[in-house]
Write a protein that binds this ligand. Structure first.
Ligand code: BGP
Length: 453
């Protein structure tokens, strides 16, 4: 069978990690711009210099043969304070980028919000405040109105689950007393409202959530391990997709939240709103599976010893790890994840991130990233197997189109098909250099996935 005709072979990025120009042309500060930067990594003033170089970059994307490009809009470029006036220079930038992509027949697949909440909203409580819900919905409406004539495919919020599970990424420390699952609930409400607004403003557009989804393997066939893995899936994965697709809380996740001592104020209106906003597809990011087991003292249990939470992470002797981060490499887990999402939700799927971060080296003007080719090939093969088994996947957008700032390690950890000539300490000339994987991926796209060699 193979890949469907018109499959969106793409690549991915996010605004705050690729653009730079973080205070240029009226852009306001986001939480990323004001957070404490990890020692030894750069701030976001330059990144890959894409804001200035977008036109040349799009030429390179076209040479790569991309059919789609998944990127995000920086909220504070459009609305610098999170609410209020629209910044025309920011609108111009995205108009130009979208038009340049369209001129090359590259489908823009746009994330409304990728980890870069306006700092002005964070100061007023961020997602803990219902004001942020209204601000997000208005900002989303603005995006659909401004760009929806040329952008058909939208994602609401990138990796809401990671923002809740590892919140220091986005709220930048100071998490004491942060009402984590109330803030998470506000994101659900905001997302549902934004999906409904999208359908109202632009009936021809398509929109979906973009969580990071990965199946949990039980550490063994011990029923306690299996139960602990089921809770891990509910808390990390299904909570987010049940809310987006069914407009309902996943029962096991809610059980965990309550037993953890969190309270959530869910109003009748919230319930109605969550039922009203429906996605047209599911976008999701996949990097690795995890394996979890029942480890006494590390798993939430009640007085009777009954499990109410995710298992503890344990090693998986069947899998290798990435060199840089020690993340499990699990291409078959990618297939399992695709198939599980399909059997639960029956919506078209698009992969918006998948890839390998490594310490690429530029030697004599070349980057031999065979390890990335091997990683992507194995994942694409398993995605094809999932498609052959009946899963409707309509696109694949590896992270990342070019080197950009990683969430923790700056430019030490690179993911791109295009090398960006700079280090963490020195911006050098930001030259773009095609890696070995560039030529390989171009051939994959040209042959619609038939030639993965
Ligand atoms: C995802 C994020 C991306 C990106 C990627 C790689 O969670 O959506 O923004 O950064 O992970 O992660 P890292 O940069 O930490 O290696």
């Amino acid at each position: 069978m193979g890949f469907p005709k018109d499959f969106f072979w793409g690549a991915s990025s996010s605004a705050y990690q690729i653009e730079g120009a973080s205070a240029t042309d009226g852009k306001g500060p986001s939480v990323q711009d004001v957070k404490t930067i990890p020692a030894g990594t750069p701030d976001f003033t330059v990144c890959s210099g894409h804001y200035e170089r977008y036109a040349d970059d799009v030429e390179l994307f076209a040479e790569l043969g991309l059919k789609a490009y998944r990127f995000s809009i920086a909220w504070t470029r459009i609305i610098p304070n999170g609410v209020g006036e629209v910044n025309q220079a920011g609108v111009d930038f995205y108009n130009n980028l979208i038009d340049a992509l369209r001129a090359k027949n590259i489908e823009p697949i746009v994330t409304v919000y990728h980890f870069d909440l306006p700092a002005a909203l964070q100061e007023k409580g961020g997602w803990a405040s219902r004001e942020t819900v209204d601000a997000f919905v208005e900002y989303s409406r603005t995006c659909f109105e401004l760009f929806g004539d040329r952008v058909t495919y939208w994602q609401t919020i990138n990796e809401q689950n990671m923002m809740t599970l590892v919140p220091e990424h986005v709220v930048g420390g100071a998490l004491d007393d942060y009402p984590l699952y109330q803030a998470n609930h506000h994101m659900f409400v905001a997302q549902s409202k934004a999906m409904a607004v999208c359908h109202e403003v632009r009936p021809e557009c398509r929109i979906g959530p973009a969580p990071n989804i990965a199946i949990h393997n039980p550490a063994s066939s011990d029923p306690k391990d299996v139960l602990a893995a089921q809770y891990a899936d509910a808390v990390r994965n299904w909570l987010y997709l049940d809310a987006a697709v069914f407009g309902e809380y996943n029962a096991l996740a809610l059980d965990y939240i309550k037993h953890s001592g969190y309270t959530i104020d869910i109003t009748d209106e919230d319930r109605q709103v969550m039922k009203n906003g429906k996605p047209d597809f599911i976008a999701f990011n996949y990097y690795n599976t995890d394996t979890v087991g029942y480890v006494a003292g590390e798993v939430l249990v009640d007085e009777q010893g009954n499990i109410h939470g995710p298992g503890a992470r344990v090693d998986n002797p069947s899998l290798g790890k990435t060199q840089f981060s020690g993340w499990w490499i699990d291409p078959v887990g990618f297939r399992t994840t695709l198939q599980e999402i399909h059997s639960r939700y029956r919506l078209p799927l698009i992969v918006t991130e998948n890839g390998l971060g490594e310490r690429d080296e530029l030697i004599d003007g070349e980057v031999d990233d065979q390890y990335r080719i091997d990683y992507l090939r194995d994942h694409i093969s398993q995605m094809e197997a999932a498609i052959d088994s009946g899963v409707p996947v309509f696109g694949y957008n590896p992270w990342s189109v070019m080197d950009l700032i990683s969430t923790h390690e700056g430019f030490l950890k690179r993911y791109g098909f295009i090398y960006v000539n700079r280090t963490n300490d020195d911006e050098l000339d930001l030259a773009r250099i095609k890696k070995k994987s560039f030529g390989w991926y171009r051939k994959v796209i040209e042959t619609n996935g038939a030639d993965l060699a």
